[in-house]
Design a protein around this ligand. Sequence first.
Ligand SMILES: [Fe+2]
Length: 261
Amino acid sequence: MLKFIHLTDTHLVAPGRALYGIDPAWRLRQAVQSINAEQGDAAFVVVTGDLAHWGEAEAYAALREELRALTMPVHLLVGNHDDRGRFLQAFDDAPITADGFVQSSFMAGGIQHVLLDTNHPGVSWGEFCSARAQWLAQELASHTHPVHLFIHHPPCAVGIAAMDRISLRDPGPLREALEPHRGRIRHLFFGHLHRPIAGSWRGIPLSTVRATNHQVALELGNTVRVPGSLEPPQYAVVLADDEKTIVHFHDFGDRSPRFDL
Ligand SMILES: [Fe+2]
């Protein structure tokens, strides 16, 4: 059974600064400590973007330092808050495509794990251009295994109006690259929403989790602004074998009593 961790939207800032009253590095440290202590047998961690809030070099240096404490490998995506160039300066070992996008693929547990890049400088919505889609199509065509996809922006609206305005702007190239392989796309893991959400898109199961620092409140009728909240942080524990993928949402900071039922 493959076990891995889905962590998202760490939004690190330069050391000494806070974000919405919380130190994002401290929150990430708590997540890392929880993962090492409670999920130490996980094969790897994937962080689905918005690694840094303002994309400063100091934030990426702090992120690198915090992630060094993980006892398993970590795979990183960029989100709309990230600066791809500064990210790659800090993580010069991160795999990229020939076009310079932070996209890569690896096998684990008989499943192909494909990490996608939807960052477009200066905008909050996601872009997945024909160059990125072409790389994805070639990657999928080179394997026949089940696929776990990882992407920062969701490919569809989720019903939170202010966030839906900044989802993937044109899902067409992604849809076309996936279409010939739809039957073996096991699950799509995304970030960006800072909420626990699960569902499906064109028959592809998908999910995301709360972020480590700040959250988006469930205000479906709010069409004016992004409703922020300080609901508890979370990561997801994913279990997968040759017939299923299961996602557990874990409020890792929860200290409520435990007892035998
Ligand atoms: Fe975010």
